[in-house]
Write a protein that binds this ligand. Sequence first.
Ligand code: ADP
Length: 391
Amino acid sequence: MAEVTLTDVTKIYPGDVMAVDNVSLAIRDREFLVLVGPSGCGKSTTLRMIAGLEDITAGTIRIGDRIVNGVAPKDRDIAMVFQNYALYPHMSVYKNMAFGLLLRRRYSMWDNPFGFIFAPGNWKKARKERRAIDGQVREAADILGINDLLHRRPKALSGGQRQRVAVGRAIVRHPKAFLFDEPLSNLDAKLRLGMRAELKRLHRRVQTTTVYVTHDQEEAMTLGDRVVVMKDGLIHQCGTPYEVYEQPTNRFVAGFVGTPPMNFLSGRLERVGERLVFDEGDNRLTVSPRYKSGLEPYVDQPLTLGIRPEALRPASEGPSDATLNVQVSVVEPLGDRTDVYAGTPKHDGIICRIDPHTHVAEGAPAVMQVDMDRVHFFEPGEDGRNLSCDV
Ligand code: ADP
């Protein structure tokens, strides 16, 4: 087990492709850290640099106390699990899991047959090593519940079972860190949920430092102790799932994390008497006292208001200074909740996630109450800074 530390790490691919741009990140010992972001944001490149599968253009990577910039992948004492599992098709599950350990054993007849045969002490040591490997494989199989599959070949396994074997092959080695590259993306949705829970349990049990790459923000939120949100080779935020959801640093993170996504309404901040008001164009929403002082410098400026779908609900007492008059287009009952798609003349596609027992009529106007204590104000632009986090 170990810390993994990236300091000012940059990767430029040939053709001047800036894949990772001066990234610094300290992954704590025993932590489960998830790198998440849209395709092409640089998360796999970051992981592959930690693994040693990509050269680093600039910066330093440490695993434990050791700088590993020039260390070959096999000498980094890490184990990687890939999206396509990369199992050996001609080997049984047992051999797939034992193979890496067998390669590393020190007392083998095949390395030096004469030396081995004429030094009987080596026989005993080889036997002991084989037993140890057997113990490690069976222990891992036990943890993952694949004892019954040890004699099978990969082609006789389901996707989920193959994934377990790939994970098993990583854990038998007791590495300093696990690196996972989108390991669940080949599984169907239901299996993915099951494996997600299994990976979480596994991490609780073995407590090995883990770096996990996914493009799926929900997977990131459910698995990570901390989540690193990346875009265009940069880290936009690193925090606990709660922090990135409740206090996104900018509009990109706010829109990337959460399903359905946050609603963004562009407008202007205005002063009306003692109050600050966000003018959406057709609706005026009074800023909560919680955010008022922090937003004073932005009066008369364009801003973007971010409202999570669950911060909107039908107003029980009609229009007020914290309501939006909308036209409802679609109502989607989902059992435990209902999603309502609505719009104002200026902003289409506003999603409200409401209590399933509340009635909202499709194709009719409605008044939606905004929980102004839970909204966010962003500077304009796709990556506009979250101004409500500073207050
Ligand atoms: P992600 O894993 O977030 O989808 P990657 O780390 O794979 O993103 O890629 C980051 C950027 O680097 C992308 O623009 C991608 O096209 C580019 N890239 C990745 N691998 C190579 C390569 N071998 N040569 C050139 N560009 C690459």
